[in-house]
Design a protein around this ligand. Structure first.
Ligand SMILES: [Zn+2]
Length: 285
Protein backbone atom coordinates (compact mmCIF):
# COMPACT_ATOMS: atom_id res chain seq x y z
CA UNK A 1 0.00 0.00 0.00
CA UNK A 2 1.16 3.50 -0.74
CA UNK A 3 0.11 4.99 2.58
CA UNK A 4 3.00 7.32 3.40
CA UNK A 5 1.33 10.37 1.86
CA UNK A 6 -2.07 9.75 3.35
CA UNK A 7 -3.55 12.15 5.89
CA UNK A 8 -3.09 11.06 9.50
CA UNK A 9 -6.09 10.82 11.81
CA UNK A 10 -6.10 12.70 15.08
CA UNK A 11 -8.37 10.10 16.63
CA UNK A 12 -5.83 7.51 17.72
CA UNK A 13 -5.41 7.14 21.48
CA UNK A 14 -2.14 5.52 22.39
CA UNK A 15 -2.56 3.61 25.63
CA UNK A 16 0.30 1.25 25.03
CA UNK A 17 2.49 0.60 28.02
CA UNK A 18 -0.21 1.79 30.37
CA UNK A 19 -1.15 -0.30 33.34
CA UNK A 20 -4.71 -1.55 33.48
CA UNK A 21 -4.52 -0.82 37.19
CA UNK A 22 -6.88 -2.05 39.83
CA UNK A 23 -5.25 -5.46 39.99
CA UNK A 24 -6.27 -5.85 43.60
CA UNK A 25 -9.46 -3.84 43.43
CA UNK A 26 -12.12 -4.44 40.88
CA UNK A 27 -15.41 -2.80 41.59
CA UNK A 28 -18.12 -3.42 39.09
CA UNK A 29 -21.60 -1.99 39.33
CA UNK A 30 -22.63 -5.03 41.35
CA UNK A 31 -19.99 -4.50 44.02
CA UNK A 32 -20.86 -0.85 44.36
CA UNK A 33 -24.50 -1.75 44.79
CA UNK A 34 -23.50 -4.25 47.44
CA UNK A 35 -21.51 -1.58 49.25
CA UNK A 36 -24.43 0.81 49.19
CA UNK A 37 -26.74 -1.91 50.52
CA UNK A 38 -24.19 -2.78 53.19
CA UNK A 39 -23.87 0.79 54.25
CA UNK A 40 -27.65 1.17 54.42
CA UNK A 41 -27.87 -1.92 56.61
CA UNK A 42 -25.02 -0.96 58.89
CA UNK A 43 -25.53 2.77 58.79
CA UNK A 44 -21.97 3.26 57.60
CA UNK A 45 -20.87 5.81 55.09
CA UNK A 46 -20.33 3.87 51.85
CA UNK A 47 -17.08 5.73 51.36
CA UNK A 48 -15.75 4.22 54.58
CA UNK A 49 -16.39 0.74 53.26
CA UNK A 50 -14.72 1.70 50.04
CA UNK A 51 -11.85 3.20 51.98
CA UNK A 52 -11.42 -0.06 53.85
CA UNK A 53 -11.27 -1.95 50.58
CA UNK A 54 -8.80 0.44 49.08
CA UNK A 55 -6.49 0.04 52.07
CA UNK A 56 -6.26 -3.68 51.45
CA UNK A 57 -5.46 -3.25 47.80
CA UNK A 58 -2.91 -1.12 46.01
CA UNK A 59 -4.52 2.02 44.64
CA UNK A 60 -5.73 1.49 41.10
CA UNK A 61 -4.02 3.39 38.36
CA UNK A 62 -6.62 5.18 36.34
CA UNK A 63 -6.66 4.36 32.67
CA UNK A 64 -7.52 7.95 31.97
CA UNK A 65 -4.56 9.44 33.76
CA UNK A 66 -2.44 9.60 30.65
CA UNK A 67 0.44 7.43 29.52
CA UNK A 68 2.90 6.37 32.18
CA UNK A 69 5.53 5.77 29.58
CA UNK A 70 5.51 7.81 26.44
CA UNK A 71 4.92 5.59 23.43
CA UNK A 72 7.48 6.04 20.67
CA UNK A 73 6.49 8.91 18.41
CA UNK A 74 8.25 7.55 15.35
CA UNK A 75 6.54 4.17 15.51
CA UNK A 76 5.73 3.18 11.91
CA UNK A 77 2.95 0.80 12.97
CA UNK A 78 1.05 3.47 14.88
CA UNK A 79 1.73 5.88 12.04
CA UNK A 80 0.21 3.37 9.63
CA UNK A 81 -2.90 3.05 11.82
CA UNK A 82 -3.28 6.84 11.85
CA UNK A 83 -3.05 6.90 8.07
CA UNK A 84 -5.62 4.13 7.57
CA UNK A 85 -7.98 5.58 10.14
CA UNK A 86 -7.66 8.98 8.49
CA UNK A 87 -8.49 7.45 5.14
CA UNK A 88 -11.58 5.66 6.49
CA UNK A 89 -12.68 9.01 7.96
CA UNK A 90 -12.41 10.70 4.58
CA UNK A 91 -14.19 7.90 2.73
CA UNK A 92 -17.05 7.49 5.18
CA UNK A 93 -17.47 11.25 5.61
CA UNK A 94 -18.05 11.50 1.88
CA UNK A 95 -20.41 8.52 1.78
CA UNK A 96 -22.46 9.82 4.69
CA UNK A 97 -22.57 13.25 3.08
CA UNK A 98 -23.88 11.75 -0.14
CA UNK A 99 -26.66 10.16 1.88
CA UNK A 100 -27.47 13.46 3.55
CA UNK A 101 -25.89 12.50 6.86
CA UNK A 102 -22.83 13.36 8.89
CA UNK A 103 -20.11 10.90 9.75
CA UNK A 104 -18.88 11.16 13.31
CA UNK A 105 -15.51 9.42 13.36
CA UNK A 106 -14.75 6.90 16.09
CA UNK A 107 -11.62 6.88 18.18
CA UNK A 108 -9.13 4.07 17.99
CA UNK A 109 -7.31 2.90 21.10
CA UNK A 110 -3.94 1.19 20.82
CA UNK A 111 -3.19 -0.94 23.85
CA UNK A 112 -0.95 -3.72 25.02
CA UNK A 113 -2.12 -6.72 27.00
CA UNK A 114 -5.44 -5.59 28.40
CA UNK A 115 -7.71 -2.61 28.20
CA UNK A 116 -10.73 -1.13 29.91
CA UNK A 117 -13.62 -0.19 27.65
CA UNK A 118 -17.24 0.73 28.15
CA UNK A 119 -17.91 -2.86 27.10
CA UNK A 120 -15.84 -4.21 29.96
CA UNK A 121 -12.28 -5.26 30.45
CA UNK A 122 -10.75 -7.09 27.53
CA UNK A 123 -7.45 -8.81 26.93
CA UNK A 124 -5.53 -8.91 23.68
CA UNK A 125 -6.69 -12.49 23.23
CA UNK A 126 -10.08 -11.24 21.99
CA UNK A 127 -8.46 -9.63 18.97
CA UNK A 128 -9.44 -6.18 17.72
CA UNK A 129 -12.94 -5.11 18.68
CA UNK A 130 -15.37 -2.22 18.52
CA UNK A 131 -17.30 -1.06 21.55
CA UNK A 132 -20.54 0.70 20.51
CA UNK A 133 -21.26 2.58 23.78
CA UNK A 134 -17.91 4.40 23.81
CA UNK A 135 -17.55 4.44 20.01
CA UNK A 136 -14.01 3.15 20.10
CA UNK A 137 -12.05 0.57 18.20
CA UNK A 138 -9.58 -1.30 20.43
CA UNK A 139 -6.47 -2.75 18.90
CA UNK A 140 -3.35 -4.44 20.22
CA UNK A 141 -0.75 -4.22 17.47
CA UNK A 142 0.47 -7.65 18.54
CA UNK A 143 -2.54 -8.95 16.60
CA UNK A 144 -0.89 -7.88 13.37
CA UNK A 145 2.18 -9.97 14.14
CA UNK A 146 -0.09 -12.89 14.78
CA UNK A 147 -1.94 -12.17 11.56
CA UNK A 148 1.24 -12.55 9.57
CA UNK A 149 2.95 -15.29 11.58
CA UNK A 150 0.13 -17.52 12.64
CA UNK A 151 -2.46 -16.85 9.97
CA UNK A 152 -0.04 -16.28 7.12
CA UNK A 153 -1.67 -13.00 6.12
CA UNK A 154 1.07 -10.37 6.04
CA UNK A 155 0.92 -7.06 4.29
CA UNK A 156 -0.37 -3.56 4.84
CA UNK A 157 -3.69 -4.05 3.17
CA UNK A 158 -4.45 -7.12 5.30
CA UNK A 159 -3.93 -4.92 8.36
CA UNK A 160 -5.95 -2.13 6.84
CA UNK A 161 -8.76 -4.60 6.23
CA UNK A 162 -8.80 -5.49 9.93
CA UNK A 163 -9.07 -1.81 10.90
CA UNK A 164 -11.63 -1.19 8.20
CA UNK A 165 -13.81 -4.09 9.41
CA UNK A 166 -13.96 -2.53 12.89
CA UNK A 167 -14.82 0.82 11.31
CA UNK A 168 -17.63 -1.08 9.58
CA UNK A 169 -19.02 -1.84 13.03
CA UNK A 170 -18.85 1.86 13.83
CA UNK A 171 -20.83 2.65 10.69
CA UNK A 172 -23.42 0.09 11.82
CA UNK A 173 -23.55 1.85 15.16
CA UNK A 174 -24.09 5.26 13.55
CA UNK A 175 -26.78 4.00 11.20
CA UNK A 176 -28.59 2.28 14.06
CA UNK A 177 -28.23 -1.20 12.60
CA UNK A 178 -26.29 -2.51 15.60
CA UNK A 179 -28.97 -1.34 17.99
CA UNK A 180 -31.75 -2.81 15.88
CA UNK A 181 -29.97 -6.14 15.70
CA UNK A 182 -29.28 -6.04 19.42
CA UNK A 183 -32.97 -5.50 20.08
CA UNK A 184 -33.99 -8.33 17.77
CA UNK A 185 -31.42 -10.67 19.27
CA UNK A 186 -32.90 -10.18 22.71
CA UNK A 187 -36.17 -11.70 21.55
CA UNK A 188 -34.61 -14.71 19.82
CA UNK A 189 -33.29 -18.09 20.83
CA UNK A 190 -29.54 -18.54 20.85
CA UNK A 191 -29.26 -20.07 17.38
CA UNK A 192 -31.31 -17.36 15.68
CA UNK A 193 -29.47 -14.66 17.61
CA UNK A 194 -26.13 -16.08 16.46
CA UNK A 195 -27.30 -16.21 12.86
CA UNK A 196 -28.22 -12.55 13.07
CA UNK A 197 -24.81 -11.69 14.53
CA UNK A 198 -23.20 -13.48 11.61
CA UNK A 199 -25.09 -11.18 9.25
CA UNK A 200 -23.91 -8.17 11.23
CA UNK A 201 -20.31 -9.37 10.93
CA UNK A 202 -20.62 -10.00 7.22
CA UNK A 203 -21.95 -6.51 6.71
CA UNK A 204 -18.89 -5.13 8.51
CA UNK A 205 -16.80 -7.17 6.05
CA UNK A 206 -18.74 -5.66 3.17
CA UNK A 207 -18.23 -2.16 4.55
CA UNK A 208 -14.52 -2.93 4.86
CA UNK A 209 -14.66 -3.76 1.16
CA UNK A 210 -16.41 -0.48 0.36
CA UNK A 211 -13.52 1.39 1.93
CA UNK A 212 -11.14 -0.81 -0.07
CA UNK A 213 -12.94 0.14 -3.27
CA UNK A 214 -12.29 3.83 -2.68
CA UNK A 215 -8.73 3.14 -1.57
CA UNK A 216 -8.18 1.33 -4.87
CA UNK A 217 -9.69 4.23 -6.81
CA UNK A 218 -7.25 6.62 -5.16
CA UNK A 219 -4.51 4.42 -6.47
CA UNK A 220 -2.99 3.62 -3.11
CA UNK A 221 -3.14 -0.13 -3.61
CA UNK A 222 -0.26 -2.07 -5.03
CA UNK A 223 -0.28 -5.42 -6.83
CA UNK A 224 -1.00 -8.22 -4.38
CA UNK A 225 -2.75 -5.99 -1.82
CA UNK A 226 -6.25 -7.26 -2.51
CA UNK A 227 -5.06 -10.87 -2.39
CA UNK A 228 -3.42 -10.17 0.97
CA UNK A 229 -6.63 -8.74 2.38
CA UNK A 230 -8.63 -11.67 1.08
CA UNK A 231 -6.10 -13.97 2.72
CA UNK A 232 -6.69 -12.12 5.98
CA UNK A 233 -10.45 -12.44 5.58
CA UNK A 234 -9.96 -16.13 5.01
CA UNK A 235 -7.48 -16.58 7.81
CA UNK A 236 -9.33 -14.85 10.60
CA UNK A 237 -11.70 -17.73 10.80
CA UNK A 238 -13.45 -19.59 13.49
CA UNK A 239 -10.38 -21.02 15.18
CA UNK A 240 -9.45 -17.49 16.09
CA UNK A 241 -12.98 -16.63 17.14
CA UNK A 242 -13.43 -19.75 19.27
CA UNK A 243 -10.71 -18.38 21.50
CA UNK A 244 -12.57 -15.21 22.14
CA UNK A 245 -13.35 -14.00 25.57
CA UNK A 246 -16.48 -14.80 27.49
CA UNK A 247 -18.50 -12.25 29.33
CA UNK A 248 -17.68 -9.21 27.28
CA UNK A 249 -19.77 -7.56 24.66
CA UNK A 250 -17.50 -8.33 21.75
CA UNK A 251 -19.45 -9.15 18.62
CA UNK A 252 -16.76 -11.48 17.28
CA UNK A 253 -17.10 -13.68 20.34
CA UNK A 254 -20.32 -15.40 19.43
CA UNK A 255 -20.35 -15.60 15.72
CA UNK A 256 -19.18 -18.34 13.44
CA UNK A 257 -19.13 -17.18 9.90
CA UNK A 258 -17.27 -19.11 7.30
CA UNK A 259 -14.24 -17.81 5.50
CA UNK A 260 -16.08 -18.17 2.21
CA UNK A 261 -18.85 -15.86 3.45
CA UNK A 262 -16.34 -13.29 4.68
CA UNK A 263 -14.50 -13.26 1.39
CA UNK A 264 -17.71 -13.05 -0.62
CA UNK A 265 -19.03 -10.03 1.26
CA UNK A 266 -15.68 -8.29 1.40
CA UNK A 267 -15.52 -8.70 -2.39
CA UNK A 268 -19.07 -7.40 -2.77
CA UNK A 269 -18.02 -4.15 -1.12
CA UNK A 270 -14.67 -4.04 -2.82
CA UNK A 271 -16.01 -4.50 -6.33
CA UNK A 272 -18.76 -1.94 -6.42
CA UNK A 273 -18.09 0.38 -3.49
CA UNK A 274 -21.85 0.47 -3.12
CA UNK A 275 -23.08 0.56 0.47
CA UNK A 276 -26.57 -0.49 -0.60
CA UNK A 277 -25.22 -3.80 -1.83
CA UNK A 278 -24.06 -4.56 1.71
CA UNK A 279 -27.50 -5.73 2.75
CA UNK A 280 -26.48 -8.96 4.41
CA UNK A 281 -29.77 -9.20 6.24
CA UNK A 282 -32.05 -10.25 3.43
CA UNK A 283 -31.46 -13.42 1.52
CA UNK A 284 -28.65 -15.91 1.91
CA UNK A 285 -25.86 -14.59 4.13
ZN1 LIG B 1 -16.50 -7.83 13.60
Amino acid sequence: MRWRDMRRSENVEDRRGMSMGGAGLKLGGGSLLLIVVLSLLTGTNPLDILGGLVEEAPPPASVDSGPQRKPPTDDPQADFIRAILGDTEDTWSRLFEQGGGTYEPPRLVLFTGAVQSACGQASSAVGPFYCPPDRRVYLDLQFFRELSERFGAPGDFARAYVVSHEIGHHVQNLTGISERVQGQRARMDQAAANALSVRLELQADCYAGVWGYYAARRNILEPGDVEAALAAATAIGDDRLQKQTRGHVVPESFTHRSSAQRVRWFKTGLEGGDVRRCDTFSGRP
